[in-house]
Design a protein around this ligand. Structure first.
Ligand code: NAD
Ligand code: ZN
Ligand code: ZN
Length: 345
């Protein structure tokens, strides 16, 4: 089968691989129909994720059809259409029992990281009963690809950890797919202000269409002054970091108001300064989280009732044999205006 292989920082190719087989009785083999590329795949390509070693098939998002199941899989059978969670969960370990699937002792974020992923024709999904979700007949499978990772990530790591509340003032740094997913799902809680910050005017325009009440381009270095003016000098109640670089985390530290929350989503590959000399007396909370995907069943219901339309995030379509072009397009989003790219296998 064809698959996108990581060969170390800056190097990838579409190669021939042997088809995956059932290794444990809890496994399923899924024939991928649609997959996508994540900002985290770009972090891997930069060398920010040391657990992902050369030779790995990338990708942790997608939908497909079950081809075979191991003897212990009871919730799925061949032919079932399934949504693949970016997190694999045994359902039994100490962390799974706490709904912290991201830290499953034998699972977590392993797909396209420490085991082969979804940017391929077939993928082996460990703990299939807990890591796949049935796709209802007639559902829009492209929209569902947004539920593998970005919607639960924006919602759990950004909105829930950030304690977004009715009437609160929320700022989101980074208007990429993850920041936009946080923007869409923050609206479940009716915050008073949703301020989106990015360097890219196109993404800020999209954020306005997705419900941002204000947008700030931080390129001029005046974002803090602008947002302090907007909030009568108080800063914001929740600031969500959705980029993953020191400059944007430090921007969050400058924007958080007394009693506020900094909810970090970004994957950080380098050290960031914690400015306790400014923050020690501000009663703030800093949260970090690897998405647990515990909100997936709830988000599936929200989608079914058409309360949000994640298809808005899809800008480009490719076939698997053109995945290198898809990486080019996704990796140069300022030029290509890409958000999520759908890759059909
Ligand atoms: N915690 C988790 O479980 C989890 C899960 C998935 C993704 N992530 C991470 O979330 C982050 C966002 O993912 P994405 O797919 O949206 O990434 P992305 O690269 O598509 O988007 C990042 C956005 O940040 C903007 N940006 C870059 N530098 C900036 C700066 N100095 N100031 C303001 N904006 C700036 C870019 O213009 C872009 O719009 C990544 O770090 C990704 O790895 C984390
Ligand atoms: Zn991801
Ligand atoms: Zn577990």
């Amino acid at each position: 089968m064809k698959a996108l292989t990581y060969h170390g920082p800056g190097q990838k190719s579409l190669d021939d691989h042997t088809k995956p087989v059932i290794v444990a009785p809890t496994d399923a083999i899924v024939k991928i129909t649609k997959t996508t590329i994540c900002g985290t795949d770009l972090h891997i390509m930069k060398g920010d994720v040391p657990t992902c070693t050369p030779g790995r098939i990338l990708g942790h998002e997608g939908v497909g059809v079950i081809e075979t199941v191991g003897a212990a899989v009871s919730a799925f059978k061949p032919g079932d259409h399934v949504l693949i969670s970016c997190i694999s969960a045994c359902g039994k370990c100490i962390y799974c029992r706490k709904n912290m699937y991201s830290h499953c002792t034998t699972g977590g974020w392993i797909l396209g990281n420490s085991i082969d992923g979804t940017q391929a024709e077939f993928v082996r999904i460990p703990y299939a009963d807990n890591s796949l979700y049935p796709i209802p007949a007639g559902a829009d499978e492209e929209a569902l690809v947004m539920l593998s990772d970005i919607l639960p990530t924006g919602f759990e790591c950004g909105v829930l950890n950030g304690r977004v509340q009715p009437g609160s003032i929320v700022a989101i740094v980074g208007a990429g797919p993850i920041g936009l997913a946080a923007l869409l799902t923050a609206q479940f809680f009716s915050p008073a202000e949703l301020i989106m910050i990015d360097l890219d005017e196109n993404r800020l325009d999209i954020a306005k269409r997705f419900g941002a009440t204000a947008t700030v381009n931080s390129r001029d270095g005046k974002a803090v002054a602008t947002i302090m003016a907007m909030t009568e000098g108080r800063g914001v109640d929740t600031v969500i970091e959705a980029v993953g670089i020191p400059a944007t985390f430090e921007l969050c530290e400058a924007l958080v108001g007394p009693g506020g929350v900094i909810a970090n989503i970004g994957v950080h590959g380098t050290q960031v300064d914690l400015h306790l000399e400014h923050l020690w007396d501000r009663n703030i909370t800093i949260t970090t989280r690897l998405v647990d995907t515990v909100s997936t069943p709830m988000l599936l219901n929200v989608l079914r009732s058409n309360k949000i339309d994640p298809k808005l995030l899809i800008t480009h379509h490719f076939t698997l044999d053109k995945i290198i072009d898809a990486y080019e397009t996704f990796g140069h989003a300022a030029k290509s205006h890409a958000l999520k790219v759908i890759i059909s296998a």
